[in-house]
Design a protein. Sequence first.
Length: 462
Amino acid sequence: MSEKPWGGRFEAPTDKFVEAFNASTDVDARMYAEDIAGSKAHAKMLCEQGILMQDDLNVILRGLDEIAGEIESGEFTFSIALEDVHMNIEARLTDKIGDAGKRLHTARSRNDQVTTDTRLYLRRRTDMMIARIRYLQSVLVALADEHAETIMPGFTHLQTAQPVTLGHHLLAYVEMFERDAGRFLDARKRMNQCPLGSAALAGTTFPIDRHMTSDTLGFDAPTANSLDAVSDRDYIMELLAAASICAVHLSRFSEELILWMSAQFGFIDLPDAFCTGSSIMPQKKNPDMPELVRGKSGRIIGGLVAILTIVKGLPLAYNKDMQEDKTAVFDAFDNLEGSLRIFGDMLPGMRVNQDVMHKAASSGFATATDLADALVRAGVPFREAHAIVGKSVAYCIRESIELHAMDDQACADIDERLSADMVRSLSVEACVASRNHIGGTAPEQVRRQIAVWQARLEKYHA
């Protein structure tokens, strides 16, 4: 039993299947750098407090550096018998430096160690996620600038509603991703407290300096309650919630790209490098990457549901159930970061069929609301104007024409206050340009927002 760090209490060896089932090394080995950083900070604090001798500290630090090198070079062998990344590194350290390695775990527990490592790892990954979001925003802003005057139909209920500009449509996603970045930043701030020193659940009898380890590891402060520190998984819930919402935004965008690329829409064409073909139908060009990103959203949302379900019935403090927390959040982060990268790399090569978009915006009675507004400006109460235009649309559907094709007689038959000049004056360009206010789709407003975003993104990258 000597190979187990907790083996002194046990007389029989662990069942081999239980050993494999119990191990988390295949999941948490990716946190080796954070585990080593945490161990270094802990060892330095122990030495500063007179709990660890300077000679022991020196060999511990040297040994940890050597282990990091072994892992990075692929020479390190992780063992499931040692359960997790923490015990694998500690066991290897003891093999290398002897008794000094056995002293490293003084005044800490795997309970505070694992949540410290996880916070450090997720803090780094969160910064990377925000950077991915910012890059995608910059891609969208550049596309919006290119298409500030490209007219397309805006939809409600997936029915033609009013004309908008593609630039305006793209900036809507820039706004969504900005809120996503804000959620990650908020979660990061609350996550950035150091649990190290909370030990198993009640703290430690040794005179440790938790502020020192917190500062060394770049945390804002030590956690205030040892019970909460080792059993808190709120930060994982928050990060998974932020990831899920961001994934939903990407999924909605994916759905639009998939529709727009279909023969029935024909609005866009995605780069070949991000599409695949059919094994039987040679004509096919499938938007597989947006489809896959759309599918990944369900997987990411599943991670949020998993962690909420895992934690909901757990008493304080640590319980083995919590080992499953990392599987959910690591998988979600991997897939969301990959999805963001796909979009950031794919969209610059998207070809926009501007003529097709314009034609679609010019049909389907997209100018109907503007015709009602024109009647209101002529003194017709809005509800009456709404009814007049509704009758006009019904007439055009029967005659298979658009509103601008109505002649004087048709207008007079519907209502004497409606004229052919009125319907003919409403081009999609005029409809778009007239919405010239904050948040509107007019090209002038789109360009103003682009300038705002360009300045903001430049500031983020500074």
